[in-house]
Every structure is written in structure tokens, then in C-alpha cells.
Design a protein around this ligand. Sequence first.
Ligand SMILES: [Zn+2]
Length: 239
Amino acid sequence: MSNDKNIRSLAILGYHKIGPPSPGGWESWYYVPAATFLSQLRWLCDQGWQFISAAALLRGLDEPASLPERAALVTFDDGYRSTLTVALPCLRQFDCPAALFLPTDFIGGSNTFDQGMEPTEPICNWDDLRVLERNGVSVQSHTASHRWLSQLDVATQTDELRRSKAVLEAGLNKRIELLSYPYGDAATDIAAVRRAGYRAAFLFSGDGRVNRGPVTDMYRMPRIAMGPDTDLKAFLEQR
Ligand SMILES: [Zn+2]
């Protein structure tokens, strides 16, 4: 007999864009309609999952017993303005904190790193980021230029990691301790990430899973890739 019931579960959900594409854009898998997002949050609540903040996650890495038995962290990559205009009102309905990872070279600009692959979308400016911070969305690093870290030489990787952390720390007057790898780049050298001062980092892939028990690899934390058709129930119930 397993005693799965007593093992703590940590689900980290990885979203990109909530709501419809901007005018002139097109639908892609990375857009989750607001109604779908709301129903995913509602389902988690109904199943007894408790939303945690980035700060609670960081504490939980040191003290696993501080986390609820079923903890869920909602994350957004790239820092789209729709996180503020569409996702935040949804999050507030559930008192749900979240984390947002953005590449600092694009603050107040758009996702030119995605050119030709995804529609152009505005990325939050500093005022937007401060509003998100005040409303429970913790802003964290997604490097500076949104390139595959594993394809860069060590000096450039270090610059990407340190520069984005320093820019966010100066702009938001807080410590930046979390990183999400652009493209979920699992081949990144974690020694460089640790040296740059991050305490944990997140992957992003279709085979993401729920973490059961204490987190053993803080620099390769799996996330569930969230799209409009993600079968959240299947992910959360798999053993
Ligand atoms: Zn990204």
C-alpha cells in the first residue's frame, strides 16, 4: 500500500498569454481564453489545491512542511501586458498569487524574440510591473534577451543571468531569486545559474509533471505547460 495521500504535491502551472490575440494577430496554442483560465483555477480550488506565492515556494524549498499538502503556483512567461489586463482580474477572483518571468531587454516593448513564430504582443512596462507586484504577482527573471542559454558561451550566459537580475532588482527594489529558462532550456548549466544568485529555476515542457515530496532539483523544477486544451486533471492525478 502506498501512502500517497501523505506526500506533499507541488504543481507549477506555466502560462504565456491569457485572453485573445491583439488586433492583427492570430490564435496560437499559447493563448488561453480568460474563461478557460478561470475554469482551470476553479477546478484546482474544487480539488483542494491551494494557491501559493513565489515567496511561499521559496520558503517551501527550505522547509517543505511549510507548504500545503496540495500546493499550486501559477506562473506566466514573457511578461505580456495581458497578464495585467486579463489574467490579474481572474487571479483576484480566487485570491490567487502568481509569478511572472520576463526578459528584461523587452520591458515596455514587444516580443520581438518570437518574430515569425508568434503574433506581436506588448510586454509590460515598469508601471505595469509595479501594479502586478502590488497585486500579488511576483516579477522574476526570464534572462535579458530571451535566447537559449545552453547555446551561449559561459561569459554571455553569466551576463544574461546577472544583468536581468540586477535590472529587476533596481527597478522593483526587491530581491530576484527565481528564473525561468527561455524555451524551457533544460540543457542550461545550472552552476552558472546558482553562481548568479538564483535559488530556483523552472523548466517548461509538454511532459511537465507534479512534484511529489520534497523538491530535489531546485534548478530544474518541472512546470505543466498550460494551453487551452491542457488536461489538467490527467497531469495532477498521474503518479
Ligand atoms: Zn519565454
